[in-house]
Each structure stands twice: as structure tokens, then as C-alpha cells.
Write a protein that binds this ligand. Structure first.
Ligand SMILES: [Zn+2]
Length: 320
């Protein structure tokens, strides 16, 4: 049997893929016009604003169709039967995406286990987005965060997430260290905040790419902190492997969560597709086997038992 077939068989035997991080509400929204006007090549921060047009125009029904189509295709591919999707909930999308996601959750129950987290794409510190966050946070399975959206006040952003999650008995998933830059130290901040709020074992870092840019001494210190915080990780391999070339000198690495260092230390790692066929990742199809192959190749990580856990049970553990 070929190694890849064996890996696939073991994943199926262990319950199938868990897509631990996705944005199903915007799946299959990439347009030909996004290529014509070069939106697909915009910087991440610009794309955060570009999605506003879709968000403001989308009805509950349209959101439902995108979420449901994403689930249907995940099921059809045969790889995944559970996911945690971030869902926009702010003054632009209002609660339309949330209402649609809750209906999709019910409709797919028994076939597909959909969990949802709030996507705080407008931050949580300004009065308007905060109003939406406070009103609807309790409707989500997991509290989601994006500290960079409240730039300069990232620690405060995380405080809001943690306090809310603690109050509601929810887990927290936070987008951190996305830009593959040694200027970023968000994984360290998240680990420190997890301990400060007594949320050990309840917090997950999504991405943590930039950690790989730092020298070994710093990485080791952060891993130790992450072990103390019992911080878990989600790697979304194709989401950031496309990081652009630049002239800055850093430690040699691939633009991916450094799981080859994390897993042997005992840190829990899961895998996600992140964006599927939208302005962020127009060619991504949500194929979880492709994601896993990118992960194992980009990190030269060949431990089959650990890869199976990353694909299945680790995700199940951290999405609910
Ligand atoms: Zn994301």
C-alpha cells in the first residue's frame, strides 16, 4: 500500500478529518472581477475591507447557501465530517451570517458537525463592533478573535475575548502571527494572556506562522510558555504558504506553523482549510488531504501517528 493511501485509511479509521478552522460564510464568493481589478493580490489588511461589499449585500439566504455549499462539498470530497467555521458578526454583516449558520448547523446535524466561532473582523474595542460582539457572543460555540484588527491595543482585544469566554464557558480561538514577520510576537502575547486569565487548556492559536521567523532561543521560550498555558494550535497550510518574497533576512523556514518543533514537545496541533474560494484564496478548494500534504511536506514531518491525530482527534478536541 502506498504511504499516502495508508495515511488516508488511518484518518478514515480515526473518524475522518476535522476541519478546525474555516470561513464557510464567505466560501465560493471569488468573482472574475476580483482578478480583473487585482483584488486577489491585495494585502491581507486591504482584503479585510474588500469583503465588506459582499457582507453588506448578503441576505440570510445567500449566507446560508454559501455555508451549506461549503459543507456539501466537504462531505462530497469524503474527507471531513466536522468543522469549526468562523462567522462574521459585526455592523456590516449584522447577525445575518450567524442566523444562516445556526440554521445550517441544525440542517446538517447528524451528517456534519458544524461548530461556529465569531469572526471579529471589525475588532472588539470600538463601540459599534463591540455592541454586536456583546449582543451575540453567547450564540456561538467558540469565541473567535483577530487582535491585529485593534492594532496597538491587541492585549485589550484578547482581554475582551477571554473575559467573555470565561463568563459563557466557551473556548477561545485567536488569529495570531499571520504575516510571517519577526516583528510579530502575538503567539507569546496569547500564551501570556491565557495564563493571566486562568484559561489554560481552553485557548487555541490559529496560524502562528511568524513564530517560525524568530531565532531558536526565542522560539524555545515561547514553546515553554505555550506548554504552561496548554495552548493548542491550528495550522492552515495553504493559507500562508504563499507568503511573498521580500528582502528581509530571517531564520530560514517555510511560511507555516512550525509543527515539526511543536508536536515533539507535546503541543496539541490541529489542521484547517481556512478560506475556500474567496478573495483571500481563490484557488483553495477545501481539500483536507491536500492541506495535510502541504503541512507534512513544508515541515518535513513524517510521523504518521501524529499526522493522523492532527487531522482528526486533535481537531475534535479543540473545536467544541
Ligand atoms: Zn481565519
Amino acid at each position: 500500500m502506498q504511504t499516502l493511501d495508508r495515511l488516508r485509511m488511518l484518518i478514515e479509521r480515526n473518524g475522518g478529518f476535522v476541519n478546525a478552522h474555516a470561513h464557510f460564510d464567505r466560501a465560493y464568493t471569488a468573482q472574475t472581477s476580483d482578478f480583473e481589478n487585482n483584488n486577489v493580490n491585495a494585502h491581507l489588511f486591504k482584503k479585510w475591507e474588500l469583503v465588506n461589499k459582499f457582507k453588506s449585500e448578503s441576505s440570510i439566504e445567500r449566507y446560508y447557501n454559501h455555508i451549506s455549499e461549503a459543507i456539501a462539498i466537504q462531505v462530497k470530497m469524503g474527507w471531513s465530517n466536522a468543522a469549526l467555521s468562523f462567522i462574521d458578526c459585526d455592523q456590516i454583516s449584522e447577525n445575518r451570517a450567524l442566523t444562516a449558520a445556526l440554521k445550517a448547523k441544525r440542517d446538517w446535524e447528524g451528517t456534519y458537525d458544524l461548530k461556529i466561532a465569531c469572526q471579529t473582523l471589525q475588532g472588539v474595542l470600538e463601540p459599534e463592533p463591540r455592541k454586536w460582539f456583546d449582543k451575540y457572543a453567547g450564540a456561538f460555540d467558540v469565541i473567535g478573535g483577530l487582535p491585529r484588527k485593534d492594532e496597538g491595543r491587541e492585549a485589550e482585544h484578547i482581554d475582551v475575548l477571554m473575559k467573555t469566554a470565561k463568563c459563557n464557558g466557551q473556548r477561545v480561538h485567536v488569529h495570531v502571527d499571520q504575516l510571517n514577520s519577526s516583528d510579530e510576537k502575538e503567539t507569546e502575547l496569547l500564551a501570556r494572556k491565557t495564563i493571566e486569565h486562568g484559561m489554560e487548556g481552553r485557548v487555541t492559536a490559529v496560524h502562528s506562522i511568524s513564530l517560525a521567523c524568530h531565532p531558536e532561543k526565542y522560539r524555545k521560550e515561547v514553546y515553554k510558555m505555550c506548554l504552561d498555558a496548554d495552548l493548542s494550535f491550528i495550522s492552515c497550510p495553504t493559507a500562508w504558504i504563499d507568503h511573498r518574497r521580500n528582502e528581509r533576512l530571517t531564520v530560514t523556514h517555510n511560511a507555516i506553523t512550525p509543527i515539526d518543533e511543536m508536536v515533539p514537545l507535546g503541543l496539541c496541533v490541529a489542521i484547517g482549510s481556512d478560506n475556500i474560494c474567496d478573495v483571500y484564496k481563490p484557488f483553495s478548494d477545501g481539500d483536507m488531504m491536500a492541506e495535510l500534504r502541504f503541512l507534512l511536506e513544508a515541515t518535513h514531518f513524517y510521523d504518521i501517528d501524529s499526522l493522523v491525530k492532527i487531522a482528526t482527534e486533535n481537531g475534535r478536541k479543540i473545536i467544541s
